[in-house]
Design a protein around this ligand. Structure first.
Ligand SMILES: [Zn+2]
Ligand SMILES: [Zn+2]
Length: 272
């Protein structure tokens, strides 16, 4: 089995805990072949767009890149290792023009291997926190989130992967938090068809629950979607933690390959 993880946070993210060199050590121990460091670029934070109850600070790309380069150079000294350490970005989508421009500038400035497009905040509110849900029915809160995901797919910068569709459920206060394909079939179909049409990869994210949920992944497959990535989305070094479970599920649905991206080029890895 070829282990890989295409979504991982270091302590350069406001919520990450470990240095990149520590993540490399863990990945080597686990025999991981592809590891993407994908710290948060929440450009909205600089413009007051993502209102949250915690005063997050924005990332320092220069510092992150310097640390990444040092870890990569150290890894290259180790001739026994076949780990591909990849430089990524989790670009949180925002409707703000300023945030979009800053994202474009950053993407041009650094040699990313892979760009992940994600949605955390909807209409200026971080959905991780309860205040996003105040006075909203589940249908409304989840529906607005899926509309934001659909808009994010038309971001005017190039990206490779669509992250964690279903992130909204984590902070939701509802008794039944489940996000079901059947409850939002039209919205999901619009999203999944656009991902396929644009040739992007759908991330299977394991930060909280598996996202998107299985019924959505099955629909993606039925519509012809074949590009999937595994994203552990670990913040404390739990690299590839649910890789075997997710691989078994994907195989069961019918998927044959994972996509990984190195130097923005897709490499296919057979799902075993
Ligand atoms: Zn995320
Ligand atoms: Zn993440």
């Amino acid at each position: 089995m070829t282990y890989l993880d295409m979504h991982c946070h270091s302590k350069n993210s406001h919520d990450g805990k470990l240095a990149i060199s520590e993540l490399v050590r863990i990945a080597k121990e686990k025999g991981v072949k592809y590891l993407l460091i994908s710290d948060h670029f929440d450009f909205d934070l600089d413009y007051g767009g993502a209102r949250s109850v915690v005063p997050y600070s924005s990332i320092k790309p220069e510092k992150l890149y310097a640390e990444f380069k040092a870890a990569k150079a150290e890894l290259e000294e180790d001739k026994k290792s076949d780990l591909h350490l990849l430089f990524g970005i989790e670009a949180a989508y925002s409707d703000s023009e300023k945030a979009i421009k800053k994202c474009q500038e950053t993407l041009e400035k650094y040699p990313f291997d892979c760009v992940i497009n994600s949605v955390h905040s909807v209409n200026g509110q971080e959905t991780y926190f309860r205040n996003y849900f105040f006075f909203k029915s589940k249908q409304r809160a989840y529906g607005d989130y899926l509309d934001a995901v659909l808009r994010s797919l038309d971001a005017p910068y190039d990206y490779d992967v669509v992250a964690h569709i279903g992130y909204i459920t984590h902070g939701a206060p509802y008794k039944d938090k489940t996000l079901r394909y059947a409850d939002f079939a039209d919205k999901f179909d619009a999203i999944l068809k656009k991902i396929i049409e644009k040739g992007k990869a759908l991330e299977i994210n394991c930060h909280h629950d598996v996202n998107p949920p299985r019924d959505v992944i099955e629909r993606y497959f039925a519509l012809g979607g074949r590009k999937v990535t595994y994203g552990g989305d670990s913040h404390r070094g739990e690299i590839a933690a649910r890789f075997e479970e997710v691989s078994a599920m994907l195989k069961d649905i019918g998927f044959e390959y994972y996509s990984v991206f190195e130097n923005r080029k897709e490499i296919l890895i057979r799902i075993e």
